[in-house]
Write a new protein. Structure first.
Lengths: 163, 521
């Protein structure tokens, strides 16, 4: 955790990258928003986890090192998928790469983490690839603008009376 | 400006007062005729101002049944010009049930419905967009640019930058078979919309939890370029009144007016008498390109089975919750559902004679009737998209990092498992020890913790690192209580030279560290 906090504090990010809570993981930080998860998953966590578990790190036993490495590779499958899904333009090769990463992530999930449960989202994530083909990049068909509209409506002053 | 009606009325009032004060000449208290006419022209209320400039939006206020959510359009009484609503709800919630019969109107004020649903006419909204020359130009341009590139043979571009370059738009046939929707005949406008449905809490999220929540149906015109597409003034909004969620197909009542408008627009087209770029008027046709919702919202919007049911996917034939982890995408189960077949199933549900029959059909097919089926092109397998924001960012990423890798502070503190470097048989306090040294339950727990610490791995690449880690280690031992430290040292028969009368915790800790360092492992 300390390493993650260090990475969040020390990484220089371009200004268009939204900031994430510095006390990530703390109950006081609250739950992260979708965009914050995206930033965490594509920038901070890969840096932190690779520096902890990746090539060139030392662990007490080779077994531990290789199991960390497997978990890291598995995590990177998801990181790649999230990155590919968020690109501004789509191509056929990116879409098929996305599909492969999700399949690889999903098939290794139960092997590496036997206690995890499958959720509908996992299945739907595979279909995201189909919709990438049909509609192009996600920014023209994701919920962000609609959710933002809801945020604006919520901020409208009201007299707290319903109806 | 974003001011409310009351504030607008106040501003108009203030303007009148200011002008009157400016016009008044101390020597001549009477205003001239010209000044009086200027003052008289300023409207008293904002409503009058909007009416003067024909800026009112065309809205229909439906009466809503408070128990079954069916909606009733107003009947305008020609004499009084007041909207009239039926007294009681005449809806059949289920084909074989009794008439709902709930009172719709306020018992004091007979003309006022208890609950209302304000529907903003979709045609009026589109007219608003077309009244701006830049928007109208951009919306038509999107169709023309894509059509030109398709005619030039560039059907599937290598880099897809927007929805219009995607496969869906390039294959979506318009009302005339054989012609693409975006292939607009003559001056006719062809517009595609992304529909969204979601619930939200009106009072924002509080610690006490959400009580009142509303539904929202919104739409954005995907013909517009991305940078202005989602501006609030360019989006269509209809609010589904709360405070409770309409359940299952009850939402259908609220979706119906919008779908009816869309259906008219598809089949007949809507002719506007005047738009910004076409003073003589023009025909337009609009269609839904995709439904963008999160999983629960999307399922209710399209009246399909809940995402935790066996029919968990709206796109493919995968069935049963236990199969949600399957990755064999080459299997025939992964082919998209057929819209013709789906439509038949939805119609069968609608026309079923009894509630039991409807339930049976639903269990088999996992879908109910939704007004969206009125649209001849509705195909949930292709048009109901999986929202990436909810599914990937909030779903998979959150799940992976929080639940699987357990990257949270509480987990980090709880899971401070120390891995053992060697095994040593420590002596555990016996009953005699406990009585003799007056050890408490917490002391015994600490003794076990100290045992774990003593065999723990002391990491470090070189001597300097090892020694700093050993120092940290000593500090951690010092943090324990005196009695447990005493017990462990005694059980290991460590010799400690007492400087003063009593042996300090610090000394115990140092002795224990010395013992660890001297261990042959």
């Amino acid at each position: 955790m300390d390493r993650i906090h260090e990475v969040i504090r020390d990484t220089a990010t371009p200004s268009w990258v939204e900031s994430v809570p510095r006390n990530f993981g703390d109950p006081a930080a609250g739950s992260l928003k979708a965009d914050e998860w995206r930033t965490m998953a594509t920038i901070y966590l890969p840096i932190a986890l690779i520096s902890l578990w990746g090539e060139g790190t030392t662990h007490t036993s080779p077994d531990l090192a290789s199991s960390f490495r497997q978990v890291l590779d598995h995590t990177m499958d998801l990181v790649q998928a999230v990155y590919l899904a968020g690109t501004c333009t789509t191509t056929e090769s990116r879409t098929s790469a996305y599909r492969d990463y999700i399949i690889s992530w999903l098939s290794k999930l139960r092997i590496l983490h036997p206690t995890s449960n499958y959720r509908t989202n996992f299945h739907m994530a595979l279909h995201v690839a189909d919709f990438l083909c049909l509609f192009g990049p996600v920014r023209s068909w994701w919920c962000f603008p609609f959710e933002r509209l809801i945020g604006q409506l919520q901020r409208l002053p009201s007299n707290s009376k319903f109806g | 400006m974003g001011v409310s009606r009351r504030m607008g009325d106040l501003l108009l009032g203030l303007l009148t007062t200011l002008l009157r004060a400016a016009f008044t000449d101390p020597k001549k208290p009477e205003l001239t005729v010209r000044q009086q006419s200027i003052l008289a022209q300023i409207p008293r209320t904002l409503d009058t101002a909007l009416k003067k400039f024909h800026l009112e939006t065309q809205i229909t206020t439906y009466a809503v049944c408070p128990s079954c959510h069916s909606i009733y359009p107003p009947v305008i009484d020609t004499e009084s010009d007041n909207p009239q609503y039926p007294q009681k709800c005449t809806n059949l919630p289920f084909p074989d049930s009794e008439i709902c019969g709930t009172k719709l109107l306020d018992s004091d004020d007979r003309s006022k419905p208890l609950k209302t649903f304000v529907y903003h006419s979709f045609h009026d909204f589109l007219a608003g967009l077309l009244a701006r020359p830049d928007l109208e130009q951009a919306m038509d341009n999107a169709c023309d640019v894509r059509m030109t590139s398709i005619r030039n043979g560039d059907v599937s571009p290598a880099y897809v930058a927007d929805i219009f370059e995607g496969e869906y738009v390039s294959t979506f046939e318009g009302p005339e078979p054989g012609h693409l929707f975006i292939d607009r005949p003559g001056t006719e406008g062809r517009y595609l919309f992304a529909l969204n449905f979601d619930f939200f809490t009106t009072e924002r999220k509080t610690i006490r939890g959400a009580d009142a929540s509303c539904g929202i149906i919104s739409a954005a015109c995907v013909n517009l370029p991305l940078n202005i597409r989602y501006k609030p003034e360019n989006m269509y909004i209809a609010i589904v009144p709360g405070p409770e969620h309409p359940s299952l197909t009850e939402l259908n009542h609220y979706v119906r007016p919008l779908v009816d408008d869309m259906s008219v627009s598809w089949e007949r087209g809507v002719k506007y008498s005047q738009t910004a770029n076409y003073p003589e008027g023009r025909e337009t046709r609009s269609a839904v390109a995709c439904g963008v919702c999160d999983l629960p919202g999307g399922r209710q919007f399209s009246a399909t089975a809940n995402f935790n049911s066996h029919h968990y996917c709206t796109r493919c034939h995968c069935y049963h919750v236990e199969t949600r982890g399957r990755t064999d995408t080459d299997s025939p189960d992964w082919r998209p559902k057929d819209p013709v077949d789906q439509r038949q199933k939805a119609e069968a549900w609608r026309d079923a004679p009894s509630r039991a029959e409807q339930e049976r059909l639903f269990t088999d097919h996992g879908l109910r009737w939704s007004p969206l089926w009125i649209l001849p092109y509705w195909d949930p397998a292709r048009m109901l998209v999986v929202d990436t924001m909810h599914c990937l960012f909030e779903g998979l990423a959150q799940y992976h990092f929080r639940e699987v890798l357990k990257l949270t502070k509480t987990e980090a503190e709880a899971a401070e498992e120390v891995s053992a470097a060697f095994i040593f048989e420590f002596s555990i306090p016996t009953d005699n020890d406990i009585i003799a040294q007056r050890l408490e339950a917490s002391d015994i727990k600490e003794i076990i913790k100290i045992h774990q610490l003593l065999v723990a791995v002391v990491e470090g690449a070189n001597n300097a690192e090892v020694s700093t880690n050993l120092q940290k280690f000593t500090k951690r031992l010092e943090g324990k209580h005196l009695k447990p430290l005493q017990f462990v040292s005694k059980s290991l028969q460590l010799q400690i030279d007492s400087v003063g009368k009593r042996i300090t915790k610090c000394q115990y800790a140092e002795a224990l560290v010395a013992w660890v360092s001297s261990c042959p492992f």
